[in-house]
Design a protein around this ligand. Structure first.
Ligand SMILES: Nc1ncnc2c1ncn2[C@@H]1O[C@H](COP(=O)(O)OP(=O)(O)OP(=O)(O)O)[C@@H](O)[C@H]1O
Ligand SMILES: [Mg+2]
Length: 129
């Protein structure tokens, strides 16, 4: 994946959090889990990354609630993983959201602005501040 170089550590943190959540969601499923991470160039100016698991899944009514600070269903959870992920992505001009998958599991997706040059090198979009 060609990630915008601006906040590599932040993006690593986002992916790590989403992957850990996915792994935790699959822990008690009794079936072999599968975590699928993919990235696509979305049009000219967006990178779309998705992390899909086959875990317990999400109720449609929780799809937004899980991004609230301290919302957790885990005895040892802080409930801060997803709000932090969202603020990292939004600070780079992107968006992060969850969808309740068809069948088992949940999918988390984020988009980030990128700029494609004549040489097709993905570069961070100019800051909007
Ligand atoms: N992949 C997923 N599948 C199902 N539910 C999820 C998934 N990811 C997050 N959730 C739900 O969202 C809640 C909030 O997630 P978040 O990462 O913010 O905190 P946490 O995982 O509970 O705690 P921490 O990140 O500190 O370990 C989780 O407790 C869980 O209920
Ligand atoms: Mg978490």
């Amino acid at each position: 994946m060609r990630a915008p170089a601006r906040d590599r550590v932040g993006l690593q943190q986002v992916l790590m959090n989403l992957m850990l959540n996915g792994i935790e969601a699959m822990k008690d499923m009794g079936a072999p889990g599968k975590l699928t991470i993919s990235s696509h160039q979305n049009g000219d100016d967006q990178l779309l990354v998705s992390v899909a698991d086959m875990g317990i899944g999400l109720q449609p009514e929780h799809v937004e609630q899980i991004f609230s600070p301290f919302f957790t269903s885990k005895s040892q959870g802080t409930g801060m993983g997803l709000p932090i992920c969202r603020s990292i992505i939004e600070s780079q001009g992107g968006r992060l959201w969850a969808t309740a998958s068809r069948g088992p599991g949940a999918t988390f997706q984020f988009v980030l602005p990128v700029k494609v040059t004549a040489h097709s090198v993905i570069q961070p979009a100019p800051s909007r501040t």
